[in-house]
Design a protein around this ligand. Structure first.
Ligand code: CUA
Length: 155
């Protein structure tokens, strides 16, 4: 088989790019530790109400300026809702869904998570700015989806 020079150049360039991307991805994963999480917490979605910590949803102070919010999502509400925390608090959200896939998006922050039944979702945020933050479900979850909202008040 005979290759033209152009074909050879193209083959070298394209294989070089593939090797380059693989090396870069390997570098990110193994050297920078940017691989996707391999550990996933699961829960029986039928037994959320009986399973700790979701048997006691609510806001709990766990340190100075540090709070844990254990939250369940279901059609079409967040429990607890209308959360209040002092400014400067770091809040660790631990969430799960009792029925279908919901979203947890907090306007004005980078908080945006998918909350799926059977899985435990964890996400943290520090709230420095006072005000009322709108929390919305951003995954279509049924006829009441557009009414699924609450607030986080930082004061
Ligand atoms: Cu819950 Cu949309």
């Amino acid at each position: 088989m005979k290759f033209h020079l152009d074909e050879k150049i193209w083959l070298i360039v394209s294989f070089g790019m593939i090797i380059g991307f693989m090396l870069f991805t390997g570098y990110q994963t193994f050297v920078l530790g940017m691989g996707p999480p391999s550990h996933m917490e699961t829960i029986d979605p039928q037994k959320v109400d009986e399973t700790a910590p979701f048997d006691q949803p609510g806001v709990k102070q766990i340190g100075e300026n540090e709070y844990e919010v254990v939250m369940t999502l279901e059609i079409f509400r967040f429990n607890p809702n209308n959360i209040e925390i002092p400014a400067g608090s770091t809040v660790h959200f631990t969430m799960t869904s009792k029925d279908v896939v919901h979203g947890f998006q907090v306007a004005g922050t980078n908080l945006n998570a998918m909350v799926t039944p059977g899985h435990i979702q964890k996400i943290s945020q520090t709230f420095n700015q006072t005000g009322e933050y709108l929390v919305v479900c951003n995954e279509f979850c049924g006829v009441g989806h557009q009414h699924m909202a609450t607030t986080i008040t930082v004061k």
